[in-house]
Design a binder for this molecule. Structure first.
Ligand code: HEC
Ligand code: HEC
Length: 411
Protein backbone atom coordinates (compact mmCIF):
# COMPACT_ATOMS: atom_id res chain seq x y z
CA UNK A 1 0.00 0.00 0.00
CA UNK A 2 2.71 2.47 0.97
CA UNK A 3 4.69 1.72 -2.18
CA UNK A 4 1.68 2.14 -4.41
CA UNK A 5 1.05 5.41 -2.74
CA UNK A 6 4.46 6.77 -3.57
CA UNK A 7 3.88 5.81 -7.17
CA UNK A 8 0.52 7.41 -7.40
CA UNK A 9 0.33 10.11 -4.80
CA UNK A 10 1.63 12.91 -6.96
CA UNK A 11 0.00 12.00 -10.20
CA UNK A 12 -3.37 13.35 -11.09
CA UNK A 13 -3.81 11.33 -14.23
CA UNK A 14 -6.23 12.63 -16.75
CA UNK A 15 -7.38 9.13 -17.53
CA UNK A 16 -10.67 8.71 -19.19
CA UNK A 17 -11.94 5.37 -18.13
CA UNK A 18 -15.63 5.85 -18.30
CA UNK A 19 -16.01 7.23 -21.74
CA UNK A 20 -17.32 10.44 -20.36
CA UNK A 21 -15.23 13.24 -21.77
CA UNK A 22 -15.52 15.74 -18.96
CA UNK A 23 -14.46 13.22 -16.41
CA UNK A 24 -11.02 13.50 -14.85
CA UNK A 25 -9.87 10.47 -12.97
CA UNK A 26 -7.47 11.17 -10.19
CA UNK A 27 -5.60 8.04 -9.24
CA UNK A 28 -3.91 8.79 -5.98
CA UNK A 29 -4.58 5.95 -3.65
CA UNK A 30 -5.76 2.77 -5.24
CA UNK A 31 -7.24 0.93 -2.29
CA UNK A 32 -8.64 -1.73 -4.54
CA UNK A 33 -6.41 -2.86 -7.34
CA UNK A 34 -7.88 -2.59 -10.77
CA UNK A 35 -10.81 -0.52 -9.70
CA UNK A 36 -10.51 2.91 -11.16
CA UNK A 37 -13.81 4.68 -11.47
CA UNK A 38 -14.10 5.23 -7.74
CA UNK A 39 -11.07 7.51 -7.82
CA UNK A 40 -12.74 10.07 -9.98
CA UNK A 41 -13.59 13.27 -8.19
CA UNK A 42 -16.87 13.37 -10.03
CA UNK A 43 -19.99 11.25 -9.63
CA UNK A 44 -21.30 9.95 -12.92
CA UNK A 45 -24.83 10.92 -13.90
CA UNK A 46 -26.61 7.87 -12.56
CA UNK A 47 -24.69 7.96 -9.26
CA UNK A 48 -25.46 11.63 -8.94
CA UNK A 49 -29.12 11.12 -9.64
CA UNK A 50 -29.36 8.40 -7.00
CA UNK A 51 -27.52 10.52 -4.43
CA UNK A 52 -29.63 13.56 -5.20
CA UNK A 53 -32.73 11.82 -3.92
CA UNK A 54 -31.55 12.31 -0.36
CA UNK A 55 -28.60 14.65 -0.57
CA UNK A 56 -27.95 18.15 -1.77
CA UNK A 57 -24.35 17.90 -2.88
CA UNK A 58 -22.34 18.81 -5.96
CA UNK A 59 -21.63 16.30 -8.69
CA UNK A 60 -17.95 17.10 -8.33
CA UNK A 61 -16.10 16.63 -5.07
CA UNK A 62 -14.00 19.67 -4.28
CA UNK A 63 -10.61 19.33 -2.72
CA UNK A 64 -9.66 21.85 -0.12
CA UNK A 65 -6.55 23.93 -0.24
CA UNK A 66 -5.77 25.73 2.96
CA UNK A 67 -3.57 28.77 3.14
CA UNK A 68 -1.52 28.41 6.26
CA UNK A 69 -1.03 31.70 8.12
CA UNK A 70 2.62 32.76 8.06
CA UNK A 71 3.10 32.56 11.81
CA UNK A 72 2.07 28.92 11.75
CA UNK A 73 3.81 28.20 8.46
CA UNK A 74 7.05 29.44 9.93
CA UNK A 75 7.29 26.54 12.35
CA UNK A 76 5.77 23.96 10.02
CA UNK A 77 7.48 25.05 6.82
CA UNK A 78 4.14 25.02 5.05
CA UNK A 79 2.46 27.81 3.14
CA UNK A 80 -0.50 25.96 1.77
CA UNK A 81 -1.75 22.50 2.51
CA UNK A 82 -3.70 20.64 -0.09
CA UNK A 83 -6.12 17.92 0.71
CA UNK A 84 -5.44 14.80 -1.35
CA UNK A 85 -8.16 13.44 -3.57
CA UNK A 86 -8.27 10.38 -1.38
CA UNK A 87 -8.92 12.47 1.71
CA UNK A 88 -11.52 14.61 -0.06
CA UNK A 89 -13.50 11.54 -1.16
CA UNK A 90 -13.43 10.06 2.32
CA UNK A 91 -14.27 13.41 3.92
CA UNK A 92 -17.41 13.64 1.79
CA UNK A 93 -18.54 10.25 3.02
CA UNK A 94 -17.63 11.44 6.52
CA UNK A 95 -19.72 14.57 6.08
CA UNK A 96 -22.79 12.53 5.25
CA UNK A 97 -22.18 10.18 8.18
CA UNK A 98 -21.60 13.15 10.51
CA UNK A 99 -25.05 14.50 9.78
CA UNK A 100 -26.90 11.17 9.65
CA UNK A 101 -29.15 10.33 12.59
CA UNK A 102 -29.02 6.67 11.59
CA UNK A 103 -25.74 6.61 13.48
CA UNK A 104 -27.74 6.58 16.70
CA UNK A 105 -29.80 3.63 17.94
CA UNK A 106 -33.01 5.65 18.18
CA UNK A 107 -32.46 8.00 15.24
CA UNK A 108 -32.42 10.91 17.69
CA UNK A 109 -28.85 12.12 17.39
CA UNK A 110 -26.27 12.67 14.70
CA UNK A 111 -22.78 13.91 15.46
CA UNK A 112 -24.02 17.33 14.48
CA UNK A 113 -26.67 17.37 17.22
CA UNK A 114 -23.90 17.99 19.72
CA UNK A 115 -21.36 19.55 17.36
CA UNK A 116 -23.26 22.34 15.61
CA UNK A 117 -21.58 24.15 12.77
CA UNK A 118 -22.94 27.54 13.85
CA UNK A 119 -21.35 26.96 17.25
CA UNK A 120 -17.97 26.04 15.74
CA UNK A 121 -18.99 22.40 16.05
CA UNK A 122 -19.66 22.53 19.77
CA UNK A 123 -23.00 22.56 21.57
CA UNK A 124 -24.79 25.52 23.09
CA UNK A 125 -25.77 23.76 26.31
CA UNK A 126 -23.63 22.54 29.20
CA UNK A 127 -24.65 18.93 28.71
CA UNK A 128 -25.88 17.71 25.34
CA UNK A 129 -29.02 15.73 24.70
CA UNK A 130 -28.24 12.14 23.88
CA UNK A 131 -30.70 9.34 23.19
CA UNK A 132 -33.67 8.20 25.27
CA UNK A 133 -33.68 11.37 27.32
CA UNK A 134 -30.08 10.95 28.47
CA UNK A 135 -27.65 13.82 28.69
CA UNK A 136 -23.88 13.68 28.30
CA UNK A 137 -21.66 13.70 31.35
CA UNK A 138 -19.45 16.46 30.03
CA UNK A 139 -19.61 19.53 27.85
CA UNK A 140 -19.27 18.95 24.11
CA UNK A 141 -15.91 19.96 22.65
CA UNK A 142 -15.62 22.26 19.62
CA UNK A 143 -14.24 20.51 16.56
CA UNK A 144 -13.43 23.48 14.37
CA UNK A 145 -9.88 23.78 15.56
CA UNK A 146 -8.96 20.15 15.95
CA UNK A 147 -6.34 20.08 13.21
CA UNK A 148 -5.08 23.60 13.34
CA UNK A 149 -1.38 23.30 13.84
CA UNK A 150 1.95 22.14 12.66
CA UNK A 151 3.87 20.22 11.57
CA UNK A 152 1.39 18.44 9.40
CA UNK A 153 -2.08 19.84 9.33
CA UNK A 154 -3.86 16.64 9.97
CA UNK A 155 -6.11 15.01 7.52
CA UNK A 156 -4.25 16.62 4.68
CA UNK A 157 -1.57 14.94 2.70
CA UNK A 158 -1.75 11.91 4.92
CA UNK A 159 -1.46 8.47 3.51
CA UNK A 160 -5.08 7.47 3.16
CA UNK A 161 -3.93 4.35 4.89
CA UNK A 162 -6.68 2.72 6.90
CA UNK A 163 -4.42 2.44 9.87
CA UNK A 164 -3.95 6.19 10.01
CA UNK A 165 -1.60 6.93 12.80
CA UNK A 166 -2.42 9.47 15.46
CA UNK A 167 -2.88 12.61 13.53
CA UNK A 168 -2.39 15.25 16.15
CA UNK A 169 1.08 14.46 17.32
CA UNK A 170 0.63 14.07 21.01
CA UNK A 171 -2.72 15.80 21.25
CA UNK A 172 -5.40 13.37 22.29
CA UNK A 173 -9.15 13.53 22.43
CA UNK A 174 -11.88 14.00 25.02
CA UNK A 175 -11.61 16.03 28.20
CA UNK A 176 -9.62 13.25 29.84
CA UNK A 177 -7.68 12.47 26.65
CA UNK A 178 -8.87 8.88 26.66
CA UNK A 179 -8.89 8.58 22.87
CA UNK A 180 -5.68 8.67 20.83
CA UNK A 181 -7.35 9.38 17.51
CA UNK A 182 -10.61 10.77 16.23
CA UNK A 183 -11.24 7.29 14.87
CA UNK A 184 -11.02 5.87 18.37
CA UNK A 185 -13.15 8.74 19.65
CA UNK A 186 -15.85 8.01 17.05
CA UNK A 187 -15.93 4.32 17.90
CA UNK A 188 -16.48 5.26 21.54
CA UNK A 189 -19.10 7.90 20.79
CA UNK A 190 -21.23 5.88 18.40
CA UNK A 191 -21.35 3.01 20.86
CA UNK A 192 -21.77 5.17 23.98
CA UNK A 193 -25.17 4.35 25.41
CA UNK A 194 -25.92 7.93 26.39
CA UNK A 195 -24.78 9.54 23.15
CA UNK A 196 -25.65 7.29 20.21
CA UNK A 197 -25.93 3.73 21.56
CA UNK A 198 -25.36 2.01 18.25
CA UNK A 199 -23.36 -1.14 17.70
CA UNK A 200 -20.81 -0.38 14.98
CA UNK A 201 -21.17 -3.74 13.27
CA UNK A 202 -24.92 -3.38 13.16
CA UNK A 203 -24.51 0.13 11.81
CA UNK A 204 -22.16 -1.12 9.15
CA UNK A 205 -24.62 -3.85 8.12
CA UNK A 206 -27.45 -1.31 7.88
CA UNK A 207 -25.57 1.33 5.96
CA UNK A 208 -24.20 -1.19 3.47
CA UNK A 209 -27.77 -1.82 2.34
CA UNK A 210 -28.35 1.83 1.49
CA UNK A 211 -27.91 2.80 -2.13
CA UNK A 212 -26.55 6.18 -1.09
CA UNK A 213 -23.81 4.69 1.07
CA UNK A 214 -22.91 2.11 -1.56
CA UNK A 215 -22.11 4.93 -3.94
CA UNK A 216 -20.30 7.07 -1.38
CA UNK A 217 -18.32 4.15 -0.04
CA UNK A 218 -17.34 3.06 -3.53
CA UNK A 219 -16.16 6.56 -4.21
CA UNK A 220 -14.23 6.82 -0.96
CA UNK A 221 -12.74 3.37 -0.70
CA UNK A 222 -13.30 1.63 -4.02
CA UNK A 223 -15.62 -0.87 -2.38
CA UNK A 224 -19.20 -0.95 -1.14
CA UNK A 225 -18.03 -2.82 1.94
CA UNK A 226 -18.50 0.02 4.42
CA UNK A 227 -16.89 -1.67 7.42
CA UNK A 228 -16.85 -0.14 10.93
CA UNK A 229 -13.25 0.79 10.31
CA UNK A 230 -14.07 2.65 7.14
CA UNK A 231 -16.99 4.42 8.81
CA UNK A 232 -14.79 5.80 11.56
CA UNK A 233 -11.95 6.60 9.17
CA UNK A 234 -14.31 8.64 6.99
CA UNK A 235 -15.54 10.48 10.08
CA UNK A 236 -11.95 11.20 11.00
CA UNK A 237 -11.19 12.57 7.54
CA UNK A 238 -14.24 14.81 7.70
CA UNK A 239 -13.51 16.10 11.17
CA UNK A 240 -9.88 16.72 10.26
CA UNK A 241 -10.86 18.66 7.18
CA UNK A 242 -12.49 21.35 9.30
CA UNK A 243 -9.83 24.01 9.60
CA UNK A 244 -10.18 27.44 11.13
CA UNK A 245 -7.24 29.61 10.29
CA UNK A 246 -8.91 32.49 8.54
CA UNK A 247 -9.12 34.85 11.48
CA UNK A 248 -8.18 38.33 12.59
CA UNK A 249 -6.11 36.67 15.26
CA UNK A 250 -3.94 35.11 12.54
CA UNK A 251 -3.52 38.50 10.88
CA UNK A 252 -2.42 39.94 14.18
CA UNK A 253 0.08 37.14 14.75
CA UNK A 254 1.50 37.49 11.26
CA UNK A 255 2.10 41.12 12.03
CA UNK A 256 3.53 40.51 15.49
CA UNK A 257 5.76 37.59 14.60
CA UNK A 258 6.87 38.47 11.09
CA UNK A 259 6.12 42.12 10.71
CA UNK A 260 3.71 41.41 7.88
CA UNK A 261 1.47 44.39 7.43
CA UNK A 262 -2.11 43.46 7.88
CA UNK A 263 -5.16 44.36 5.83
CA UNK A 264 -7.05 45.38 8.94
CA UNK A 265 -5.89 47.39 11.88
CA UNK A 266 -6.28 46.36 15.45
CA UNK A 267 -7.94 48.15 18.31
CA UNK A 268 -6.11 49.14 21.46
CA UNK A 269 -8.18 46.66 23.38
CA UNK A 270 -7.25 43.80 21.06
CA UNK A 271 -3.57 44.63 21.36
CA UNK A 272 -3.79 44.86 25.14
CA UNK A 273 -5.71 41.57 25.21
CA UNK A 274 -3.01 39.94 23.14
CA UNK A 275 -0.38 41.14 25.61
CA UNK A 276 -2.36 39.84 28.57
CA UNK A 277 -2.89 36.52 26.87
CA UNK A 278 0.83 36.17 26.24
CA UNK A 279 1.64 36.91 29.87
CA UNK A 280 -1.06 34.89 31.57
CA UNK A 281 -2.58 32.28 29.26
CA UNK A 282 -0.26 31.19 26.48
CA UNK A 283 1.98 29.21 28.84
CA UNK A 284 -0.76 26.57 28.62
CA UNK A 285 -2.96 27.43 25.65
CA UNK A 286 -0.05 28.29 23.31
CA UNK A 287 0.74 31.46 21.38
CA UNK A 288 -0.68 30.33 18.07
CA UNK A 289 -4.02 29.00 19.29
CA UNK A 290 -2.97 25.72 17.82
CA UNK A 291 -1.37 22.93 19.72
CA UNK A 292 -1.42 23.86 23.40
CA UNK A 293 1.87 24.12 25.26
CA UNK A 294 0.57 22.03 28.10
CA UNK A 295 -1.73 19.17 27.09
CA UNK A 296 -3.52 18.52 30.36
CA UNK A 297 -3.75 20.53 33.55
CA UNK A 298 -5.88 21.62 36.45
CA UNK A 299 -6.86 25.27 36.14
CA UNK A 300 -8.23 25.37 39.66
CA UNK A 301 -11.96 25.40 39.05
CA UNK A 302 -12.69 23.76 42.41
CA UNK A 303 -10.96 22.70 45.57
CA UNK A 304 -12.67 19.35 45.27
CA UNK A 305 -13.72 18.20 41.82
CA UNK A 306 -16.90 16.15 41.39
CA UNK A 307 -15.69 14.96 37.99
CA UNK A 308 -12.08 14.03 38.55
CA UNK A 309 -11.11 14.11 34.88
CA UNK A 310 -7.93 12.21 34.09
CA UNK A 311 -7.89 10.97 37.69
CA UNK A 312 -11.35 9.50 37.23
CA UNK A 313 -10.02 7.43 34.35
CA UNK A 314 -6.70 6.37 35.88
CA UNK A 315 -7.71 6.12 39.53
CA UNK A 316 -4.60 8.15 40.43
CA UNK A 317 -5.38 10.94 42.84
CA UNK A 318 -2.43 12.98 41.57
CA UNK A 319 -4.40 13.33 38.34
CA UNK A 320 -7.63 14.51 39.97
CA UNK A 321 -9.05 17.71 38.55
CA UNK A 322 -6.84 17.45 35.48
CA UNK A 323 -8.44 18.00 32.09
CA UNK A 324 -7.44 18.57 28.51
CA UNK A 325 -6.30 22.13 27.80
CA UNK A 326 -8.86 23.03 25.14
CA UNK A 327 -8.22 24.83 21.87
CA UNK A 328 -9.44 28.39 22.01
CA UNK A 329 -10.10 29.11 18.33
CA UNK A 330 -13.70 30.22 17.84
CA UNK A 331 -14.03 30.32 21.59
CA UNK A 332 -16.55 33.19 21.47
CA UNK A 333 -19.02 30.71 19.96
CA UNK A 334 -18.33 27.60 21.98
CA UNK A 335 -19.89 28.40 25.34
CA UNK A 336 -20.85 27.16 27.84
CA UNK A 337 -17.25 26.67 28.94
CA UNK A 338 -15.10 24.11 30.79
CA UNK A 339 -15.57 20.34 31.00
CA UNK A 340 -18.88 20.79 32.81
CA UNK A 341 -20.06 23.91 31.03
CA UNK A 342 -20.14 25.82 34.31
CA UNK A 343 -19.45 29.22 32.76
CA UNK A 344 -21.91 30.66 30.30
CA UNK A 345 -19.84 33.57 29.09
CA UNK A 346 -16.23 34.48 28.42
CA UNK A 347 -16.65 37.14 31.09
CA UNK A 348 -17.21 34.40 33.66
CA UNK A 349 -14.13 32.57 32.37
CA UNK A 350 -11.99 35.68 32.67
CA UNK A 351 -13.40 36.36 36.14
CA UNK A 352 -12.31 32.86 37.10
CA UNK A 353 -8.72 33.45 36.08
CA UNK A 354 -8.81 36.90 37.61
CA UNK A 355 -10.24 36.18 41.03
CA UNK A 356 -11.53 32.65 41.21
CA UNK A 357 -8.66 30.18 40.89
CA UNK A 358 -8.91 27.61 43.68
CA UNK A 359 -6.05 26.13 45.60
CA UNK A 360 -6.45 22.58 44.34
CA UNK A 361 -3.64 20.22 45.25
CA UNK A 362 -2.99 19.54 41.55
CA UNK A 363 -3.28 23.15 40.40
CA UNK A 364 -0.82 23.56 37.54
CA UNK A 365 2.40 25.48 38.38
CA UNK A 366 1.65 27.96 35.58
CA UNK A 367 -1.25 29.17 37.69
CA UNK A 368 0.71 29.44 40.92
CA UNK A 369 2.63 32.43 42.21
CA UNK A 370 6.06 32.40 43.88
CA UNK A 371 4.46 31.57 47.20
CA UNK A 372 2.83 28.46 45.70
CA UNK A 373 -0.55 30.07 46.17
CA UNK A 374 -3.03 30.34 43.29
CA UNK A 375 -1.91 33.10 40.95
CA UNK A 376 -5.12 35.09 40.75
CA UNK A 377 -4.56 37.60 38.01
CA UNK A 378 -6.66 40.45 39.36
CA UNK A 379 -7.37 42.01 36.00
CA UNK A 380 -8.86 45.49 35.89
CA UNK A 381 -12.22 45.97 34.24
CA UNK A 382 -10.43 47.35 31.21
CA UNK A 383 -8.14 44.34 31.01
CA UNK A 384 -11.03 41.91 31.27
CA UNK A 385 -12.76 43.56 28.33
CA UNK A 386 -9.51 43.55 26.40
CA UNK A 387 -8.98 39.83 26.90
CA UNK A 388 -12.49 39.10 25.71
CA UNK A 389 -12.05 41.24 22.61
CA UNK A 390 -8.81 39.47 21.88
CA UNK A 391 -10.43 36.03 22.22
CA UNK A 392 -13.17 37.19 19.84
CA UNK A 393 -10.51 37.60 17.16
CA UNK A 394 -10.12 33.84 16.87
CA UNK A 395 -13.50 33.37 15.23
CA UNK A 396 -13.26 31.98 11.71
CA UNK A 397 -16.39 33.24 10.02
CA UNK A 398 -15.82 31.29 6.81
CA UNK A 399 -15.73 27.94 8.53
CA UNK A 400 -19.07 28.58 10.18
CA UNK A 401 -20.88 28.74 6.87
CA UNK A 402 -18.61 26.58 4.72
CA UNK A 403 -20.87 24.37 2.61
CA UNK A 404 -18.33 21.54 2.66
CA UNK A 405 -19.16 21.01 6.31
CA UNK A 406 -22.87 21.68 6.31
CA UNK A 407 -25.76 19.25 6.57
CA UNK A 408 -26.04 17.63 3.12
CA UNK A 409 -29.42 15.98 3.71
CA UNK A 410 -32.47 17.35 1.97
CA UNK A 411 -34.58 18.75 4.78
C1 HEC B 1 -24.94 13.32 22.44
C2 HEC B 1 -23.93 14.30 22.09
C3 HEC B 1 -22.79 13.92 21.20
C4 HEC B 1 -22.83 13.24 20.02
C5 HEC B 1 -24.04 12.62 19.34
C6 HEC B 1 -21.49 13.24 19.51
N1 HEC B 1 -20.66 13.89 20.37
FE1 HEC B 1 -18.69 14.24 20.10
N2 HEC B 1 -18.54 14.91 22.00
C7 HEC B 1 -19.60 15.08 22.85
C8 HEC B 1 -19.11 15.36 24.19
C9 HEC B 1 -19.97 15.59 25.41
C10 HEC B 1 -17.70 15.35 24.10
C11 HEC B 1 -16.72 15.47 25.27
C12 HEC B 1 -16.81 14.12 25.98
C13 HEC B 1 -15.73 13.85 26.98
O1 HEC B 1 -14.69 14.47 26.91
O2 HEC B 1 -15.92 12.98 27.83
C14 HEC B 1 -17.37 15.07 22.70
C15 HEC B 1 -16.09 15.01 22.18
C16 HEC B 1 -15.80 14.81 20.84
C17 HEC B 1 -14.47 14.89 20.25
C18 HEC B 1 -13.18 15.21 20.98
C19 HEC B 1 -12.64 16.57 20.61
C20 HEC B 1 -11.38 16.92 21.32
O3 HEC B 1 -10.73 17.90 20.91
O4 HEC B 1 -10.99 16.24 22.29
C21 HEC B 1 -14.60 14.62 18.91
C22 HEC B 1 -13.49 14.57 17.87
C23 HEC B 1 -16.01 14.34 18.67
N3 HEC B 1 -16.70 14.48 19.86
C24 HEC B 1 -16.54 13.99 17.46
C25 HEC B 1 -17.81 13.41 17.32
C26 HEC B 1 -18.25 12.64 16.17
C27 HEC B 1 -17.41 12.37 14.92
C28 HEC B 1 -19.52 12.23 16.44
C29 HEC B 1 -20.41 11.33 15.62
C30 HEC B 1 -19.90 10.01 15.37
C31 HEC B 1 -19.86 12.77 17.75
N4 HEC B 1 -18.80 13.46 18.26
C32 HEC B 1 -21.11 12.62 18.34
C33 HEC B 1 -20.94 14.99 22.53
C34 HEC B 1 -21.40 14.31 21.42
C1 HEC C 1 -2.41 25.91 33.75
C2 HEC C 1 -2.74 26.03 32.36
C3 HEC C 1 -3.74 27.10 31.95
C4 HEC C 1 -3.58 28.46 31.96
C5 HEC C 1 -2.37 29.26 32.38
C6 HEC C 1 -4.81 29.00 31.43
N1 HEC C 1 -5.68 27.98 31.12
FE1 HEC C 1 -7.49 28.20 30.27
N2 HEC C 1 -7.84 26.19 30.52
C7 HEC C 1 -6.95 25.29 31.05
C8 HEC C 1 -7.62 24.02 31.27
C9 HEC C 1 -6.99 22.74 31.81
C10 HEC C 1 -8.95 24.20 30.86
C11 HEC C 1 -10.08 23.17 30.95
C12 HEC C 1 -10.43 23.01 32.42
C13 HEC C 1 -11.65 22.18 32.73
O1 HEC C 1 -12.59 22.15 31.93
O2 HEC C 1 -11.70 21.57 33.82
C14 HEC C 1 -9.05 25.58 30.39
C15 HEC C 1 -10.20 26.13 29.84
C16 HEC C 1 -10.28 27.41 29.33
C17 HEC C 1 -11.41 27.93 28.62
C18 HEC C 1 -12.69 27.16 28.30
C19 HEC C 1 -12.68 26.67 26.87
C20 HEC C 1 -13.82 25.75 26.53
O3 HEC C 1 -13.95 25.42 25.35
O4 HEC C 1 -14.56 25.31 27.43
C21 HEC C 1 -11.11 29.21 28.29
C22 HEC C 1 -11.99 30.17 27.49
C23 HEC C 1 -9.80 29.49 28.81
N3 HEC C 1 -9.31 28.38 29.43
C24 HEC C 1 -9.16 30.72 28.68
C25 HEC C 1 -7.99 31.02 29.36
C26 HEC C 1 -7.49 32.36 29.50
C27 HEC C 1 -8.15 33.60 28.93
C28 HEC C 1 -6.36 32.26 30.26
C29 HEC C 1 -5.48 33.37 30.75
C30 HEC C 1 -6.16 34.40 31.50
C31 HEC C 1 -6.14 30.85 30.55
N4 HEC C 1 -7.16 30.15 30.00
C32 HEC C 1 -5.06 30.35 31.25
C33 HEC C 1 -5.63 25.55 31.34
C34 HEC C 1 -5.07 26.81 31.45
Amino acid sequence: MKKLLILFAFGAFGLNLTGCLEETVTVDSPEVDGFSNSFSLQFNDSEFEALSQSLEIDQAITMNSVEVPLHIGRSSGLSTVDQTSSDARKALLGRVLFHDTRLSATGETSCESCHKQAAAFSDDVAFSNGINGAVTKRNSIALGSVPTFSPVISGYGSSGDEQTARIEGDVKFFWDERANTIKEQSEATIQDELEMGKDLHELSRELKEQEMYKILSMKAFGTTDLTPDRITLALEKFTSSIVSMNTRFDQLRDQQVLGVSSPGSFTEAELLGSELFRNSCSSCHGDEMGKPRVNIASNGLDEVYTDKGVGELSGNSWQNGIFKVPFLRNVALTGPYMHDGRFNTLREVVDHYSEGIQDHINLHPNLKGNNSQPRRMNFTENEKQALIEFLNMTTDHTMLVDARFSNPFRQ
